[in-house]
Design a protein around this ligand. Structure first.
Ligand SMILES: *[C@@H]1O[C@H](CO)[C@@H](O)[C@H](O)[C@H]1NC(C)=O
Ligand SMILES: *[C@@H]1O[C@H](CO)[C@@H](O)[C@H](O)[C@H]1NC(C)=O
Ligand SMILES: *[C@@H]1O[C@H](CO)[C@@H](O)[C@H](O)[C@H]1NC(C)=O
Ligand SMILES: *[C@@H]1O[C@H](CO)[C@@H](O)[C@H](O)[C@H]1NC(C)=O
Ligand SMILES: *[C@@H]1O[C@H](CO)[C@@H](O)[C@H](O)[C@H]1NC(C)=O
Ligand SMILES: *[C@@H]1O[C@H](CO)[C@@H](O)[C@H](O)[C@H]1NC(C)=O
Ligand SMILES: *[C@@H]1O[C@H](CO)[C@@H](O)[C@H](O)[C@H]1NC(C)=O
Ligand SMILES: *[C@@H]1O[C@H](CO)[C@@H](O)[C@H](O)[C@H]1NC(C)=O
Ligand SMILES: *[C@@H]1O[C@H](CO)[C@@H](O)[C@H](O)[C@H]1NC(C)=O
Ligand SMILES: *[C@@H]1O[C@H](CO)[C@@H](O)[C@H](O)[C@H]1NC(C)=O
Length: 422
């Protein structure tokens, strides 16, 4: 619905009793094309090969992506993207700014709207309260979006094309069920989602108005910590009820086994047993989809001890999401110089593991923090429009720490100060 004048807008607003979060969940088809890497690599089909792949990728002194790269290939298709569009009822029809939220490895779109503890960790709720609408989505290949070949199809390049297609639909008013053309769009990401938002802004600098890069830096030194610490295994073997191909009878047996072990109150890891967050039938993921091995691996990569609720770690493990080998091989395909000219906020937890090696503030260089060096990659951004902020007492999974809402407040105030507020 579109209103023609401010007076009508105010009248319409006062007619609405109270702010209320409303979300539209739907699967949106996108027709996209990208220049993907052609990697000469057989997708791992067992845990020996899954570990061997990580050993290859994390070996010092070589670039495994480049060693197995055999040129590039154009990949095209129509894919389904599972989305959640949220808005505040009291602002329906008003041209509010939109935030497009891209999750990282290990999560899906629920990272931005964590239901844990009655949603008191929800980034979406904080964004709505600050006057934004939001679009979160399962990245192509992950969660309820289309899956695909784990080596040469589901890669960062094709996922950025999907992000662009969603952005274009929302700008032009063709996004299904949302009769609105958004003229101010901020791209916020977490981790791999920040990498993709960064790349999107570089390729299409006129198609975003601002970047919020959470859990991010451009220092690849500690990527191997993440790979090693993840204890990655084949998703279909690690969590068969969620990602395997178990027949209905086997699913029932595993559920009975799960109930039995839980009744004994043993401290068993939940991967094998959990069916949360996936369809009622296991997703039957193909070879080359990996997942972090267990709760401790999840903790090592994403959580800073002392600053998270153990129940939320357990919830993250039950709902953990996979990563493809093609994603891991294209993670580092990032331009060192970005063409974007608008506001850029990097906000990373002080104890971030993959991008800071567990400590963003010990640099041994003239820079105050590791993320601060991201400024060098944005030569076209005015100094007052770039900030690298270190969120205290948080690890890589920024949204899952006690003071997550403190970080959200920082983000919305920063955007407002740069003319990107509601
Ligand atoms: C949308 O999906 C989320 C899970 O991603 C769920 O919690 C919520 O209830 C759904 N909302 C509607 C309106 O279906
Ligand atoms: C991709 O690489 C393989 C070797 O791994 C090669 O046989 C094939 O021709 C390449 N495909 C394209 C389209 O370049
Ligand atoms: C690991 O690299 C070696 C060569 O260095 C190769 O023979 C092997 O197939 C690779 N394994 C995986 C799973 O990537
Ligand atoms: C997308 O989803 C629709 C229905 O939900 C299904 O009919 C269609 O085959 C799916 N397309 C792809 C490319 O998976
Ligand atoms: C959520 O609630 C818990 C317990 O009530 C509290 O300790 C924590 O600080 C809250 N977290 C956020 C992000 O508000
Ligand atoms: C994915 O789909 C399943 C089954 O339809 C649903 O239970 C689950 O909440 C969905 N998850 C997300 C993140 O959309
Ligand atoms: C490794 O090689 C890939 C593919 O050539 C390239 O995109 C990437 O930047 C390289 N990574 C590093 C750290 O040099
Ligand atoms: C900072 O960003 C805002 C919002 O895009 C823009 O209006 C302003 O001109 C920028 N400042 C400078 C000095 O470029
Ligand atoms: C990454 O950060 C560490 C710690 O500040 C620093 O020693 C190293 O030089 C950085 N690497 C790059 C490529 O910037
Ligand atoms: C919570 O986060 C905000 C924003 O970074 C910060 O100002 C505040 O000091 C933090 N509080 C604690 C207890 O860490």
């Amino acid at each position: 619905m579109h209103y023609s004048s401010t007076a009508v807008v105010l009248a319409a607003l006062s007619a609405v009793a109270a702010s209320e979060k409303t979300c539209l969940n739907q699967t949106v088809p996108v027709t996209i094309s990208a220049r993907n890497g052609n990697f000469s690599l057989a997708a791992p089909t067992n845990n020996i090969d899954a570990a061997a792949f990580v050993q290859n990728l994390s070996r010092q002194g070589q670039n495994y992506s480049s060693a197995v790269l055999n040129g590039y290939n154009t990949v095209s298709g129509t894919y389904n993207i599972s989305t959640q569009f949220c808005y505040d009822n009291a602002r329906s029809g008003v041209n509010v700014p939109l935030q497009i939220l891209t999750h990282g490895i290990g999560f899906d779109k629920t990272y931005w709207d964590l239901p844990y503890n009655n949603y008191n960790y929800s980034y979406v709720n904080a964004a709505l309260a600050a006057g934004y609408s939001t679009l979160s989505y399962d990245r192509l290949g992950i969660g309820n979006s289309s899956h695909g070949d784990a080596v040469n199809e589901i890669q960062s390049f094709l996922e950025v094309a999907a992000l662009r297609a969603l952005t274009t639909q929302l700008r032009s008013g063709s996004f299904p069920g949302v009769a609105q053309k958004f003229s101010k769009i901020i791209h916020a990401g977490h981790s791999f989602g920040s990498i993709q938002s960064y790349t999107f802004a570089n390729l299409y600098p006129d198609e975003t108005d601002g970047l919020v890069l959470t859990g991010f830096s451009l220092n690849a030194t500690y990527n191997a910590f993440f790979l090693a610490g993840g204890n990655f295994q084949l998703a279909s073997l690690n969590a068969p009820l969620r990602f395997g191909s178990a027949a209905a009878g086997d699913v029932q047996k595993l559920q009975l086994a799960s109930a039995y072990l839980q009744a004994l109150d043993l401290d068993v890891d939940v991967g094998l047993l959990s069916s949360d967050g996936a369809a009622a039938t296991p997703q039957d993921l193909p070879a080359g989809y990996l997942v972090t091995g267990d709760t401790s691996a999840n903790q090592y990569n994403f959580f800073l001890p002392g600053f998270f609720d153990a129940g939320l770690l357990a919830q993250s493990e039950r709902t953990k999401m996979p990563v493809t080998v093609g994603e891991l091989l294209t993670l580092g395909s990032v331009s060192p110089v970005n063409a974007f000219k608008g506001p850029v906020l990097v906000i990373t937890g002080s104890g971030d593991l993959p991008f800071c090696g567990g400590d963003c503030l010990t640099t041994g260089t003239k820079y105050p923090s590791i993320p601060a060096t991201v400024a060098l990659s944005f030569p076209n951004v005015a100094p007052e429009n770039f900030t690298a902020y270190i969120q205290p007492n948080a690890g890589h999974g920024l949204n899952a720490h006690y003071n997550a809402t403190g970080a959200y407040r920082y983000v919305s105030e920063w955007l407002k100060d740069r003319g990107l507020g509601a």
